[in-house]
Design a protein around this ligand. Sequence first.
Ligand SMILES: Cc1cc2nc3c(=O)[nH]c(=O)nc-3n(C[C@H](O)[C@H](O)[C@H](O)COP(=O)(O)O)c2cc1C
Length: 175
Amino acid sequence: MPMKENPVIGAILSRRSIRKFRSDPVPPEVRDLLLECAFAAPSAHNRRPCRFVVVEERAVLDALAEAHDSGKMLFQAPLAIAVCAETAGYPEGDRAWVEDCAAALENILVAVRGLGLDGVWLKVMDRHPRNELVRPLLGVPESVQVIGIAAVGFGAEEKAPHEGIREDLVHRNRW
Ligand SMILES: Cc1cc2nc3c(=O)[nH]c(=O)nc-3n(C[C@H](O)[C@H](O)[C@H](O)COP(=O)(O)O)c2cc1C
């Protein structure tokens, strides 16, 4: 089998940010498998800070779409998974929870693609006033950061995959 036909490689290489969705719901078994993939992500010191808010209620999805200035596709998407970090207990200056949650969010997006659906990463952390508008809708406690939201559904647009290696951006053996 040519390496690019490997299903994992195929999911990674064909993933694009899709912002138009059909109204079809995401099957529960797909939703749960996406969560399992998120939990399979690596974690610094195995501290496992990631927490998830799974949103399927139309009223909450619509409220998130209102609140998120770059998340209007949530008016269409049937599923949102907010990837959150429990930051309590981290030493001062240690923000490994960002990296852990980014790994989990990317696992979700690659799994989404691998299962024939589409998605897009919606940034929340460090974006103001977006962050302050989204947090109360999700009801997260003070010590929890909302890193980002994966908007998920069956795509209603297609995009060509990224292709190739930008050699000008790659340094070999040293910069
Ligand atoms: C950290 C991060 C935050 C992002 N935030 C948003 C966002 O708030 N809204 C959005 O529509 N896309 C967002 N994106 C998606 C990017 O716009 C997208 O990845 C980029 O344009 C490249 O397109 P591609 O994902 O199809 O390769 C985000 C991506 C990352 C990695």
